[in-house]
Design a protein around this ligand. Structure first.
Ligand code: NAP
Length: 251
């Protein structure tokens, strides 16, 4: 008889932006590893409910919580509802993020602030609020960064800069939070086929990356989630402040 490993049994995780794409896969993988999961979303209630149903249908525990994680009041409510549902917090996955491509000449104040308000300020405010809920045993924070933080592809300068900031925040917060036994790591995906990249018209252009990727294809959300489970679990207990590229070898 085979047994399914449950390294996260008894743990509680919040995944921001989990109604679709990479976040939805992360929520399902964390639940499969035993965690109770808060599936956060901004507007896609139906998507979040589908993720929760998928988790419940295989005996897992999950709830959906709406919150715009670029807004302080929503973030406070997200963690209050997490506490009400599951009573504790052990894992935070800062996944919610946006990516619009503009060449230099088309960058606007509005698009700069929209990207930085969610991808950087939202991550900071969410992490700050989560600190009030982590217990004395500490926990794990996983930031979803991107290969663009160092590959720096043309026409996505603002997005690239937000993810370079995420890498730096990951290293800094790891130093600040080590004394509380809270580890902070980043997973940096390569090009991934998601609802978001489909609606942005990016999946076609991604094929150019597939051609120069050693493993010969672009990624799927399920390629990313296991790395997040690793950083959330005791198996990575001596790792903090790291960025793990999950890109099929593309650098
Ligand atoms: P996606 O398919 O567009 O999904 C985005 C998710 O974030 C949705 O659940 C969305 O919820 C949520 N969200 C958006 N704004 C939010 C807000 N203000 N508050 C709370 N949730 C919000 O995106 P994805 O492609 O999976 O990307 C997820 C993360 O991976 C991002 O941080 C992205 O930068 C990073 N990443 C993606 C790729 C890629 O190629 N896809 C590569 C590297 C890194 P609603 O649907 O409710 O709005």
């Amino acid at each position: 008889m085979s047994t399914v490993p449950s390294p996260l049994l008894g743990k509680v995780a919040v995944v921001t932006g989990a109604s679709k794409g990479i976040g939805a896969s992360i929520a399902k993988h964390l639940a499969a590893a035993g965690a109770s999961v808060v599936v956060n979303y901004a507007s896609s209630r139906a998507g979040a409910d589908q993720v929760v149903s998928a988790i419940l249908s295989v005996g897992g525990r999950a709830v959906a919580v709406q919150a715009d994680v670029a807004k302080q009041a929503d973030i406070e409510r997200l963690f209050a509802e997490t506490k009400a549902a599951f009573g504790q917090l052990d894992i935070l996955v800062n996944n919610a993020g946006i990516y619009d491509g503009e060449p230099l000449g088309q960058i606007t104040e509005e698009s700069f602030h929209r990207h930085f308000n969610l991808n950087v300020l939202g991550l900071i405010l969410t992490t700050q609020e989560a600190l009030k809920s982590f217990g004395p045993e500490g926990g794990s924070i996983v930031n979803i960064s991107s290969i663009v933080s160092t590959l720096s592809p043309a026409t996505t300068a603002v997005y690239n800069a937000t993810k370079a900031a995420v890498d730096n925040l990951t290293r800094t917060f790891a130093k600040e939070l080590g004394a509380r036994k809270i580890r902070v790591n980043a997973v940096n995906p390569g090009p991934i086929e998601t609802e978001g990249t489909h609606s942005a018209g990016m999946v076609g252009p991604f094929q150019a990356f597939a051609a120069i990727t050693p493993l010969g294809r672009i990624g799927q959300p399920d390629d990313i989630a296991p790395a997040v489970v690793f950083f959330a679990s005791p198996a990575s207990g001596w790792i903090t402040g790291e960025t793990l590229y999950v890109t099929g070898g593309l650098r």
